[in-house]
Design a protein. Structure first.
Length: 152
């Protein structure tokens, strides 16, 4: 695992407030990639996260990807704490995951259909605790927890 996100893939979910056409999506992607470059420079990173064009969850899962562990933030009652999932992974595999997919949803959570799609692709629902976080905060929270738990 690198010291942060290797890729950022904005997901256009059913509950995403902002709607983008292809031109707007490409423009946003270019802007976000520039922000990623500036952030990497500021932090002194020697690697750059790739920022994808916004896409639906179905489009995201059509592309072949391989992760040791796949997670999706969820407000559903069956969501498990990240610490428990990481402990289960370590017990089963004898080591920590080196690559993790972390999906963070929009305001109001992913829809049941989106959660079902993610589960069908191997994502495990996790809770981020009792407080509902904004997507920006939830993303940083997840990166921070994963960095703390997974870096040697």
């Amino acid at each position: 695992m690198s010291d942060g996100a290797a890729e950022i893939a904005p997901i256009l979910s059913d509950r995403t407030v902002v709607r983008l056409d292809e031109e707007s999506a490409a423009s946003k992607q270019a802007k976000w990639q520039t922000v990623a470059i500036e952030a990497a420079k500021q932090c002194g990173q020697n690697w750059l996260p790739r920022v994808h064009v916004p896409q639906t969850m179905a489009q995201f899962f059509q592309q072949p990807r391989r992760f040791d562990l796949q997670l999706i933030g969820s407000l559903q009652s069956d969501a498990v704490h990240l610490k428990k999932i990481l402990a289960e992974y370590s017990a089963e595999h004898g080591d920590r995951p080196t690559s993790v997919l972390m999906l963070v949803g929009p305001e109001g959570d992913f829809t049941p259909a989106e959660l079902s799609l993610a589960r069908s692709h191997g994502c495990r629902p996790i809770t981020l605790g009792p407080i509902v976080l904004r997507v920006e905060t939830a993303s940083i929270y997840c990166l921070s927890v994963l960095s703390y738990e997974l870096l040697v």
